[in-house]
Design a protein around this ligand. Structure first.
Ligand code: G3I
Length: 301
């Protein structure tokens, strides 16, 4: 196959990109997006601050345009992200306790309900674990509502959109380490107690090295009975960029329950890390060496 999406589809996987509805008027961006990718995710437009700017007042303008673009171009949509400690609207940042808990539940019901049936996988909870060696939860206003906030979020999302895969999504989980093990223990506990969780997203914002146990880490989660997805892939520029992209792609292909890969933008200049040129297309829209390494890997299965 000659495009990323078609090559991934040969093994039943998707290959996606993050984008924004305001980028659709950029013809170079959109030409690449429509040609190469068969899944898209909103880089910002489905987040809490974008979708509920005032409490119980919802705005789906950008997100609806993104979903319509996907439908019109035969792409599926990942949902990102229902609950997160960052990018909360100001009114939510100022809530705590029961008021915040109830606002979270209402937000999930309304947003997942609005897109019911149109999202293949939702990041229900994003980045709830702390960095460093402790392996515990991140302190946040949500965490301070009680340790059960994550399972409440997943149960709420299941009711609001019963057919979406419900994912937990995080970064610095690119190997077997204290943070990924903390998440692993949560997923194992959720599966044991029947809390609805279907997938774990590995953001994979990568530097110039990749842990040798990247694939083994994906596999240990898959062995718990959840799907795994690479959700926000980007890799620092340098001589290792193409080979790291290739190794991540091959790791996903080697794990039967790895459903797909999403890169966090299209061209280097679209990226939140634009100074590091971390994506598959350069600022002129040209395919980079990293693109060829990913396409070849996808075509090798
Ligand atoms: O929307 C406002 C706009 O009104 C204002 O004029 C402008 C001025 O700075 O800011 C705009 O908001 C920006 C927003 O992106 C939309 O462009 C924020 O400042 C900016 O902080 C925000 O950055 C996003 C970041 O998440 C926020 O935490 C990045 O685009 C986005 O790539 C990044 O994505 C996250 C994932 O959601 C979760 N994982 C990590 C990843 C990278 O940080």
């Amino acid at each position: 196959a000659t495009t990323l999406g078609a090559a991934a589809a040969q093994s039943g996987r998707y290959f996606g990109a993050a984008t924004s509805s305001f980028m659709f008027s950029n013809s170079q961006h959109t030409t690449i997006l429509n040609r190469e990718f068969n899944s898209i995710v909103a880089e910002n437009e489905m987040k809490w601050d974008a979708t509920e700017p005032q409490q119980n007042v919802f705005n789906f303008t950008g997100a609806d345009r993104l979903v319509a673009h996907a439908r019109a171009n035969g792409m599926s949509v990942r949902g990102h992200a229902l609950v997160w400690h960052a990018q909360q609207p100001g009114w939510a940042q100022n809530l705590s306790g029961t008021a915040l808990r109830n606002a979270m539940i209402n937000h999930i019901n309304r947003v997942a309900g609005h897109f019911r049936g149109q999202i293949h996988s939702w990041d229900v909870v994003n980045e709830a674990f702390a960095d460093g060696g402790g392996g515990g939860r991140r302190d946040s206003n949500l965490q301070r509502t009680g340790n059960d906030w994550i399972e409440v979020a997943f149960r709420t999302a299941r009711t609001a959109d019963p057919n979406a895969k419900l994912c937990y999504n995080d970064y610095n989980t690119d190997g077997i380490n204290a943070k990924s093990t903390g998440i692993y223990n949560m997923v194992r506990d959720f599966k044991a107690r029947g809390v609805p969780i279907d997938c774990v997203g590995f953001q994979s914002h990568l530097g110039t090295t990749l842990s040798s146990d990247y694939q083994a880490n994906l596999q240990r989660f898959a062995d718990l009975g959840v799907d795994v997805q690479i959700t926000e892939l980007d890799v620092a520029q340098g001589s290792s960029q193409a080979s790291i992209y290739e190794r991540v792609t091959r790791a996903c292909l080697a794990v039967a329950r790895c459903n797909g890969i999403t890169v966090w933008g299209v061209r280097d200049n679209d990226s939140w890390r634009r100074g590091e040129n971390p994506l598959l297309f350069d600022a002129n829209g040209n395919k980079k060496a990293a693109y060829n390494s990913v396409l070849n890997a996808l075509n090798s299965v």
